[in-house]
Ligand binder design. Structure first.
Ligand code: IPD
Length: 278
């Protein structure tokens, strides 16, 4: 089946993400309450997460009825077109709950099975409604913040790299992740924990971070952001040429990635994760 050009799919992703971002922002100003918890009491969902995902799902289904849908807050559905929309209605839900202005609507469209190990990302939009920032990329057409073309920072040695990471909602995994970060912090400029993987990846794309890594991400956390970082010149993957995924995601300029990989491998050997924490 032939598909529209990635730039055309991006127009849809951007329009829907902007509409969804406006709704998320409005609901935030009205006040936010926890609707339920998921994998742990810290892993929460708000009514806005669900409402925003429903809105996105409806708009995408109206425009592209034959595509699949894979979102954080509702059941996945397959399509017949070979394309799937991978959606996080509010990435950075805890920031959203606390009124920290770093949350984002993240919408990507991928070709192939909705699995980061094999999919081909065609287009992605990440909108931070509080700051009014719109990050976009489509395959082969570069990454953008509004109308500004993005490029990752090059020529940064690991010792001067500002590195971002994130922590799991599971306490045991978080403790292990903190050990790894403890081993890294003396080897880089400093560490940031922004609280939204989508925005972390966009931060690498626009040079606000030199490097980002995290273990335990879900596909919707990184689908759009990884394409944006890649199109800005980052290498995005895991260890030993593996694709990014739940096990690990690393994003950085290629030379920095090469410096970081053996260091992270060493830290994983020094702090082996327990069974079940992968
Ligand atoms: C989370 C954020 C956070 C990351 C977590 C994610 P959510 O997504 O991206 O930065 O550290 O791993 O689960 O729950 O806010 O959509």
């Amino acid at each position: 089946m032939t598909h529209p050009a990635p730039t055309e799919l991006l127009d849809l992703a951007r329009t829907v993400a902007l509409t969804a971002g406006a709704l998320a922002h409005r609901r935030r100003t009205e006040g936010v309450e926890i609707a339920a918890s998921k994998s742990s009491p810290e892993d929460i969902v708000t009514a806005a997460d669900r409402e925003v995902e429903l809105l996105i799902r409806g708009l995408l289904a109206d425009a592209r009825p034959n595509d699949g849908f894979y979102g954080e807050e509702s059941d996945a559905s397959g399509g017949s077109s070979g394309l799937t929309w991978v959606v996080d209605p509010i990435d950075g839900t805890v920031n959203y709950l606390y009124g920290i202005p770093f949350y984002a609507v993240s919408i990507a469209v991928v070709q192939g099975d909705p699995d980061p190990a094999s999919w081909n990302s065609l287009a992605g939009a990440v909108v931070n409604p509080t700051l009014g920032e719109v990050f976009t990329a489509s395959e082969g057409s570069g990454a953008w913040l509004g109308d500004q073309r993005l490029h990752v920072n090059h020529d940064v040695p690991l010792s001067l790299a500002l590195a971002g990471t994130g922590f799991s909602y599971e306490a045991a995994r978080r403790v292990w992740q903190a050990n790894v970060v403890g081993g890294l912090i003396g080897q880089v400029r400093d560490i940031r924990r922004i609280g939204s993987a989508a925005l972390d990846l966009c931060a690498v794309a626009c040079g606000r971070l030199d490097l980002y890594f995290e273990r335990g991400l879900n596909p919707w956390d990184h689908a759009a952001g990884a394409l944006i970082a890649r199109e800005a010149g980052a290498r995005v993957g895991a260890l030993q040429a593996d694709a990014e995924g739940r096990d690990l995601l690393i994003a950085a300029a290629p030379a920095l990635y090469d410096q970081f990989e053996p260091v992270l491998t060493g830290l994983f050997e020094r702090f082996p994760s327990d069974a079940g924490l992968r």
